[in-house]
Each structure stands twice: as C-alpha cells, then as structure tokens.
Design a protein around this ligand. Structure first.
Ligand SMILES: C[S@@+](CC[C@H](N)C(=O)[O-])C[C@H]1O[C@@H](n2cnc3c(N)ncnc32)[C@H](O)[C@@H]1O
Ligand code: SF4
Length: 370
C-alpha cells in the first residue's frame, strides 16, 4: 500500500517560525499551479500502474486557502490515473480562519474524510507572536463547522513565555472541540526564519524546559485518552494517521507539487522548491525533480531503524530479517549495547525506545547512524 501527498504552497501570511515551502502573496498563481499539479499526476500515471494507494494527504502551505474545486479536481484526477483503494484515508490541512461550511461540504463530497487543523496554541498573544493570522476563537469556529468529523489538531510547545498551563489550556481546547488526534510539536527554530533571531537572542525556553513541558503534556494527553504512537503524535484508539504510519513503516509514497518528496521503487526523489521552475517543467512535460537517489541496502537498514524507533510500536526484528537477510542485533550491535538501558521489548516482541526516553530519541538514534 502506498500514499499520495499533494503540496499546496499558498498561505495568507508567513508564520515567523515556518520553513515549509509556502508563498504568501502568490495566491494569484493558485489556478495555474493547480492545473500543473493535475498535469503532474497525469505525467506520473504510467510509472505508477500496479501500485495501490490507500491514503491521500493535502498539505501545505494552507490547502484551505485555495478554491475547494481544486481539491475535488485532484481527487478526480487521482481516481482516474491511480488505483485508489475504497475506504482510503484522505486528509486535508485546514488553517483556522480560512474555512467555511461550503468548503467543508465540498471537501467531503470529493472524498476527504480526515482534517488536520493548525491550532498551535490557545493563547492569542502567542498566536500573534508566532505570526499566525487567526485566534483561538477561529479554531473553535473551524471545529464547530467540522462537527463530528474526524480531525487532528496541531499544537506547539517551546514557545516564548509559554507555561505548562498554556499548553494544558491548548490541549483541553482541542480535546473539548472533539479532536480524535493531537500532534504535539516542539518548536524548531529554523535557520533563516525570524524565529531564529528570537532563539539567538535567548528568548526561547531551553531544551530541558521544553522536555519537561512535553512530558507533562504527554501525561495530560494520555489521561484524556490520546495514546502516543509516535514521538509527536497522539490518537484516540483507531484514529492514528494511516498516512503518517506508512512513512514510519518506510512504505512507498508519491508526492505531487512544488517541493514534494517521494519514495518509490527504492528511490527517494524531491521536486524543486521554486514555484516558477516547477510550473515551467510541468508545462514542458518534464518532471520537476531536483534530487533523486537510489537507496542502497545499508541506507535502507538505517532508514528502517530510524523511522521505527520514533514510534511506540518499535522495530519488528522478524520483518527486518525478512527484508534484509541479517539480524538487527548483529547489524547495530555497538549502538544497541551502548543504549541498552534506553531500549525495551514491547508486548508484541518489538524493540523500542522506553516511553520516558522517546522525546530524547535523537541522542540515542545518533549512535545508530555510525
Ligand atoms: C505542514 S505544517 C503546516 C500546516 C498548516 N499550514 C498550519 O500552519 O496550520 C504542519 C505543522 O507543523 C508544525 N510546524 C511548522 N513549522 C514548525 C517548526 N519550525 N517547529 C515545530 N513545528 C512546526 C505546525 O504545528 C504546523 O501546524
Ligand atoms: S500557515 Fe502553516 S505553512 Fe503557512 S506559513 Fe504558517 S506554518 Fe507555514
């Protein structure tokens, strides 16, 4: 089973921490851009025959700023060109303040059955500090429009002047609004963003403070019935994101649109981040790929371990042996021995990082890279 990702790079304004490919002020290109995305799906169709897709994810940017007819158009084109399984999970990211009842009805008519709403924080002064163009009340209104639909809320920790009480208020707002899934991201001050200057000025909380907020937030989420299944992702039972689980299990996916990446037939490849270049390539029927790498068996092993150890389910040693013909323990003996106190065997016999260390997994995983 494979996933489809579609990147929609338009936003009302650029958030101060954001390093994603998004172009505020270029919304006028949306029609031309989306026509290119439809064309890209067609161009790729022949190479994807025989693959079965069971998830679609519209990410951004802000997919909800463009006319909903394009989401319907993409779904139609996907069904025409690719084998999309009945019951596929189809997710769209929504930004509060960009959604109407008509848009949601149009998404659902097109087959969307899961939503992901960018809340970030329930504290309006923090939203404005992040450069978000919505309020917490806009989030609640968005959730009211979603009613009983299945949705995730994105929450960020590590914000300037953010207390645990602020995080608790945020998580409770998402929970009270009916979120079946909550993603909890620690702010990464990306080089080149305005937030990076705040970081250099020492205005952001340090790593230990954020780790302590994360652990308390994890406790709160678990007490509210959201089980952690990946370091940043918590879900009510049965509401895990199938699209993301496919990434972590190193499943195949195809990305369409500017900057979209793909993993297909043992190769990882990425489209250009340049909007003009992307459209030029598609209009001349060329693939807009800038990086394309065949993943050899050694890299495949590392990827498998890195991805699996981010998850609460952990690494399936039998599957590892079946896929690579060698034992996980033999391949990573030194790293396993060095980190043995952080690892455990799950009830299902998989190797995983102990729950209390999952947040600091990077310090552990670095040993597996060597
Ligand atoms: C693909 S992004 C954009 C989704 C949507 N446009 C929005 O902003 O609400 C998905 C999520 O990643 C998180 N994110 C983006 N930049 C981040 C950063 N620098 N550090 C941590 N989390 C980040 C935010 O929670 C965001 O909602
Ligand atoms: S709305 Fe999302 S994608 Fe757009 S700038 Fe803000 S964080 Fe980035």
């Amino acid at each position: 089973m494979a996933g489809v990702y579609i990147h929609i790079p338009f936003c009302k304004a650029k958030c101060r921490y954001c390093d994603f490919t998004s172009y505020p002020g270029k919304i006028g290109f949306a029609e031309a851009y989306m026509a290119c995305v439809l064309q890209e799906i067609k161009l790729r169709a022949a190479a994807l025959q025989g693959k079965v897709f069971d998830t679609v994810y519209f990410g951004g940017g802000t997919p909800s700023v463009i006319d909903a007819k394009w989401i319907a158009g993409c779904m139609r084109r996907i069904r025409e060109c690719l084998l999309l399984q009945d019951g596929a999970e189809v997710t769209i990211e929504l930004n509060p303040g960009t959604v109407t009842a008509d848009k949601i009805a149009a998404y659902k008519a097109a087959g969307v059955n899961r939503f992901s709403v960018g809340l970030q924080t329930a504290v309006d002064s923090q939203l404005s500090d992040l450069g978000r163009v919505h309020t917490a009340a806009d989030f609640s209104e968005c959730c009211r429009l979603l009613g009983k639909d299945n949705f995730n809320a994105d929450v960020m920790i590590g914000l300037k002047d953010q207390t645990f009480a602020d995080v608790e208020k945020t998580v409770r707002l998402a929970h009270g609004a009916g979120a079946s899934h909550i993603s909890l991201y620690a702010l990464t001050p990306e080089d080149g963003t305005p937030m990076y200057t705040d970081y250099l000025n020492g205005e952001l909380p340090d790593g230990d403070e954020v780790a302590s907020v994360y652990e308390r937030a994890r406790g709160l989420l678990e007490s509210l019935g959201y089980a952690r299944y990946e370091v940043s992702n918590f879900a009510k039972p049965g509401f895990e994101s199938r699209h993301n689980c496919n990434y972590w299990r190193r499943g195949e996916y195809i990305g369409f649109g500017v900057s979209a990446s793909s993993f297909m037939n043992g190769r990882r490849f990425t489209n250009t981040r340049d909007l003009d270049e992307y459209m030029k390539c598609i209009l001349s029927n060329r693939f807009p790929v800038v990086d394309d790498e065949a993943i050899g068996p050694e890299d495949a092993k590392f990827e498998t371990v890195m991805l699996a150890l981010r998850t609460s389910e952990g690494l399936d040693e039998a599957a590892y042996k079946r896929d690579f013909g060698s034992e996980f323990y033999d391949d990573f003996k030194a790293a396993i021995q060095k980190n043995i106190r952080f690892l455990e065997r799950s009830e299902r016999g998989r190797i995983r990082i102990k729950g209390e260390y999952l947040y600091v997994q990077n310090h552990i995983l670095v040993d597996f890279l060597q």
